[in-house]
Ligand binder design. Structure first.
Ligand SMILES: [Zn+2]
Ligand SMILES: [Zn+2]
Length: 350
């Protein structure tokens, strides 16, 4: 089969590789249909690593996928050949202390699709996954929507780990796909006011159209000052969704005493800087987010019910052989890109 492999920094090549086979009775063989390009893929593409996770070339990225089941192991009960599925990229052991306490996102032996040293990604024609990673989707859902359940699940999880969200007043700093997912999840749960920022005006337009109450561009205006004018009592929670120190600095100003900062973005540096004085005086809680736990199904249900409208998120679409173009576009933040999809049903870039 063909796999789109990372062969160096900012280098990708289509390679012929052995088609993966079912080796466990709980395995499912999947034909890939659509794959979202994620910010974390771009970190590997540009830097060859995220923190201590370093790419050994060649390596296949990709973890936001949907597909069709083509074959199942003898013990598989969740899906059948022909089923359309959303793929949960995490493959926890289900047996360690973390898994047993419901924290399978921090499983001690976690394997994650497209994560260096753990598992090859899904930017290939076929993959094999355990059935626990396969979520059948309702007939009304598109393959795009199924694939978007992955970033959306992270938004739902981040909201769950934040504050009682119904009636809350929050800011989401960074309006890329993850920021947008947080906003959609918060909105669906009755969040009262959502302030969003980004440096890309197209992204701000997109999140405004999809439900954000207020948007601002920190390159063009004093976003912190403007939000505080509108919210003199300050905010219940701030979600950092861009991996920038400025956003953390803004968050400490925006949060009310007892407020919560939720760190969702992946920075390019190794340490955050936290203002001791404001943090202490306001008794701010900082919550890190590691992907998500058990939120794929709620994401799929939210999309299917129309409660969580994700379709505005997709701005670009490429055929499989043009994957590198999609990565370049996202890496350069060109054309106001929000989410670029790799679509196996097209042969050329549309
Ligand atoms: Zn992702
Ligand atoms: Zn485990």
């Amino acid at each position: 089969m063909k796999a789109m492999m990372l062969t160096g920094i900012r280098q990708m090549e289509m390679k012929e590789v052995p088609t993966p086979r079912i080796s466990d009775i709980h395995d499912v063989k999947i034909r890939m249909e659509t794959i979202g390009v994620c910010g974390s893929d771009i970190h590997y593409y540009l830097q060859g690593k995220i923190g201590s996770q370093v790419v050994q070339y060649p390596f296949t990225l990709g973890h936001e996928g949907s597909g069709t089941v083509v074959e199942t192991g003898s013990a598989v009960t969740r899906v059948r050949p022909g089923d359309r599925i959303a793929i949960e990229p995490a493959m926890p052991c289900w047996d360690c202390d973390q898994c047993r306490s419901g924290r399978h996102n921090t499983c001690r032996k976690l394997k994650f699709l497209g994560c260096p040293g753990q598992a090859e990604g899904c930017l290939s024609e076929y993959i094999v996954m355990p059935e626990t990673s396969c979520f059948p989707v309702l007939p009304g859902l598109t393959f795009d929507e199924a694939a978007l359940s992955e970033p959306l699940a992270i938004g739902i999880y981040a909201v769950k780990k934040s504050v009682p969200i119904s009636g809350a007043r929050i800011a989401v700093l960074g309006s890329g796909p993850i920021g947008m997912s947080v906003m959609l999840a918060a909105k669906a749960e009755g969040c009262d006011q959502i302030y969003m920022t980004d440096r890309i005006n197209e992204r701000l337009r997109c999140v405004k159209k999809s439900g954000a109450n207020w948007t601002g561009n920190p390159d063009e205006e004093d976003v912190t000052g403007l939000i505080l004018q509108l919210e003199p009592s300050m905010l219940d929670a701030v979600f950092e969704c861009c991996g920038k120190q400025e956003a953390v600095d803004q968050a400490f100003k925006l949060l009310k005493p007892g407020g919560k900062l939720i760190l969702v973005g992946i920075p390019e540096f190794d340490r955050w800087s936290i203002p001791v004085d404001i943090g202490r005086r306001k008794e701010i809680t900082v919550q890190n987010i590691r992907r998500q736990v058990d939120c794929v199904e709620p994401a799929l249900q939210g999309i299917a019910s129309g409660k969580i409208p994700v379709s505005n998120m997709i701005t670009h679409r490429y055929g499989f052989q043009n994957t590198a173009d999609a990565f370049e576009l996202v890496a350069e933040y060109r054309e106001g890109v929000m989410k670029a999809m790799i679509d196996f049903s097209i042969t050329d870039r549309k």
